[in-house]
Design a protein around this ligand. Structure first.
Ligand SMILES: C[S@@+](CC[C@H](N)C(=O)[O-])C[C@H]1O[C@@H](n2cnc3c(N)ncnc32)[C@H](O)[C@@H]1O
Length: 216
């Protein structure tokens, strides 16, 4: 799984990506992202590295917090997804976004950021650990934060109903992982990659946010 090029998966599903993500969250995707960002400690004027930014679904929530003095550096390896993100920025008049088309593994930026956001791009632990290590060099020492926002399988009565819905969503998106891989322990696994960790789960226990600092 590790040597797979996950960015290629979206060559087939980029046209339906936004619809599918919003369907699962009943149109509340931006609100859910904002909740994660605020939980992670994003502030007015911050510079945000939006890694695997995809179609830019996080932009509205980020902009509503950082304001016009803040900045976004949006990175994605898939040209179709990144073009959707550029279109979204143009349509909304957001001129404080820099776009970089490249794999995270090759990313080079010349400034330090306040906040790194990984939204809906958890693939596996080894890959994410390498990404966290890679981006740590771009984060402001002492104050910089990393935040993950993603799906989880609920641990409540909804579980038998959500499982087939998530299975369908994954199939429709052509994602590389299986629904069983969503049955994981994000608090423990991602938490082990960060320091000063805090974790929250919401939306009927189907979404989580976890935030912390790079481990020195
Ligand atoms: C599920 S989408 C998430 C997009 C967005 N963050 C969101 O929340 O909607 C995952 C994105 O990660 C990108 N991606 C996967 N592997 C990558 C890599 N190694 N470097 C950069 N982007 C990558 C894909 O191209 C895709 O746009």
């Amino acid at each position: 799984m590790i040597n797979r090029n996950f960015a290629l998966e979206y060559d087939k599903s980029w046209t339906r990506y936004d619809l599918i993500v919003n369907l699962f969250q009943l149109g509340r995707d931006t609100l859910h992202r904002k909740k994660a960002l605020l939980f992670g400690g994003l502030k007015t004027g911050d510079t945000v590295l939006d890694l695997c930014c995809g179609s830019g679904l996080s932009f509205k929530a980020i902009q509503s917090i950082i304001g016009s003095h803040g900045k976004i550096i949006a990175v994605d390896a898939n040209p179709y997804m990144l073009q959707l993100a550029k279109n979204r920025a143009k349509k909304n008049g957001w001129d404080n976004i820099t776009f970089i088309q490249c794999p995270i593994e090759d990313l080079q930026i010349n400034e330090k950021v306040d906040f790194v956001f990984f939204a809906l791009c958890w693939y596996d632990k080894d890959l994410s650990a390498r990404w966290v290590l890679k981006v740590s060099e771009f984060i402001k020492a002492d104050t910089g934060k990393i935040c993950f926002f993603d799906y989880k399988m609920p641990d409540n009565w909804l579980r038998p109903f959500i499982k087939p819905i998530l299975w369908l969503e994954i199939k429709w998106l052509g994602e590389a992982y299986t629904v069983d891989e969503l049955d994981w322990k994000p608090r423990e696994i991602i938490g082990s990659m960060l320091s000063d960790v805090k974790f929250t789960k919401y939306y009927f226990d189907c979404l989580f946010a976890i935030a912390g600092k790079p481990i020195e």
